[in-house]
Ligand binder design. Sequence first.
Ligand SMILES: C[S@@+](CC[C@H](N)C(=O)[O-])C[C@H]1O[C@@H](n2cnc3c(N)ncnc32)[C@H](O)[C@@H]1O
Length: 225
Amino acid sequence: MSTSASQLSADPVFDRCWWIYSLCRERLFADHTDTIASALQPLLGSRLNIQLLEVGCGPGFYSRRLAARFPAVQALGVDTSERLLCHARQQAQRAKLPNCCFRHGDAQHLGDFLDVADAAIASRLFLILLHVQREAVMQAVFRTLRPGGIFFIAEPISPLRTSLPLWLMRAADRIAGRPACLSVPVECAVLSGAELQTLAHGQPWGEVQLWRDRRYQYALCQKAL
Ligand SMILES: C[S@@+](CC[C@H](N)C(=O)[O-])C[C@H]1O[C@@H](n2cnc3c(N)ncnc32)[C@H](O)[C@@H]1O
């Protein structure tokens, strides 16, 4: 493989067709804010401020929702798409959320811009990453979290439904006469239950919970105190 993992991680279609993804995120996808909020509750009781990191945040859906719900949360969304980040910032500004900000960056190299976090979220991120990138993100998040910190992961399980936004974005790209990006996979690599389990247990967490419903599978990993 000649292209580096960090080059591969930046799929330009999320930048060029940001509005399609954003629309899907706001209108179509399931909202797991309540589940994440429940996972955050024990941390909220024990600290005055919670540094929350959303990796591959896209339009910053969860960063904005959780910052709005919990003033003690300082949310930082990180993504490789400048345009999705720009949209996220505008939405946060419109909603008057001073405790929510967004940075351009690679989730595999979190140490470049964040020392420590209390909690992290990755929603629908691993399905668009290569195997080696998934492990690098897990490792980066593990290193960034404080002892006792939690990492919530939500991954969809239907390949057909999951691929829909990507197909729409690629079709819009084609209609606009833009060449397909050959360095990124066209299909979403939906994780099997076993793959999520292996990924979640790849770091020395104190505790890992795995569960699924009809449309998503989840992992909640907690670093030992
Ligand atoms: C399928 S979207 C998920 C967006 C959002 N988390 C959600 O719940 O809808 C994946 C996002 O990850 C971003 N991304 C891809 N590789 C990344 C990386 N290495 N670091 C940070 N963000 C990345 C993409 O730009 C895109 O916004």
